[in-house]
Design a protein around this ligand. Structure first.
Ligand SMILES: [Zn+2]
Length: 255
């Protein structure tokens, strides 16, 4: 699910702020340490996390072992297992580093606690898992919400953003084009799912097989999550209905 791995970013000219910490892969801290030393930097000033997923905050413990007392901040929001102590960071609560100003933006949908960070000096956006380089993101049915996600994309579209630094995949140089592509992709999926329901495909596996033709079955689990998120959002809008049959997959129909 992490594509080529999780990106982490050092932001600032001295005493940099570290955005995200990776999954806790062996060798990460040594790699980071070597880079800091090559720049003549002693340590990160602090860590900002985009959201609760393990591939973003899994590196906190090892970083704290190397840099005792390292402050870590994220939005507190229905979190169970956080690497305490964690400072609570809220939407719009500006974080200043050396030569940089980061504005946290609450952007739920992929995760209920997701913050993107807007880098004022560069008109750049650290999008975490809201926008990725080279692929679309997953909306997990447990903690994600497609309607929230679409609202978050629209919020990001209101900003003056040039470049996107995603948590997975390469840097995105044309932010407005990528955001437009993401919004259009979701609308296209929604149209396809509604067409599948109109064509009498009723269960999520049936819809996946119809909409994701030619996609490797290895990805059908992620596709099923996406279809389920779409169906829940359409259900909230009163456009589809779920019919629960015990012992069988739910059947969905147009309302
Ligand atoms: Zn995530």
């Amino acid at each position: 699910m992490t594509a080529p791995g999780t990106n982490t970013y050092l932001v600032g000219t001295r005493d940099p702020i570290l955005i995200d910490t990776g999954a806790g892969a062996a060798g990460y801290v040594a790699l980071l340490d070597g880079y800091l030393q090559s720049r003549g930097w002693a340590r990160p000033a602090r860590v900002l996390l985009t959201h609760r997923h393990r591939d973003h905050m899994g590196g906190v413990a090892a970083l704290r072992a190397r840099f005792p007392g390292l402050p870590v901040a994220k939005m507190r929001h229905r979190d169970a297992a956080l690497p305490e102590p964690i400072e609570d960071l809220r939407d719009g609560e500006v974080v200043r580093g050396d030569g940089v100003t980061l504005v946290p933006l609450y952007t739920p949908g992929h995760a209920s606690d997701h913050l993107c960070y807007y880098l004022v000096e560069e008109k750049a956006l650290f999008t975490g898992d809201v926008v990725l380089g080279g692929s679309t993101t997953v909306i997990p049915p447990d903690d994600g919400d497609l309607a929230d996600y679409m609202a978050s994309l629209r919020r990001l579209q209101q900003l003056d953003v040039a470049r996107i630094y995603p948590a997975h995949g390469p840097v995105i140089e044309d932010a407005p084009a990528k955001l437009r592509e993401y919004v259009e992709h979701r609308f296209e999926r929604e149209r396809q799912i509604l067409a599948a329901l109109a064509g009498d495909r009723a269960t999520i596996p049936e819809i996946v097989a119809h909409v994701y033709v030619g996609v490797s079955p290895a990805l059908h689990g992620a596709a099923a999550m996406s279809v389920q998120s779409h169906l829940r959002a359409l259900e909230k809008q009163g456009r589809v209905k779920e019919r629960v049959v015990s012992g069988e997959p739910s059947r969905w129909e147009l309302a």
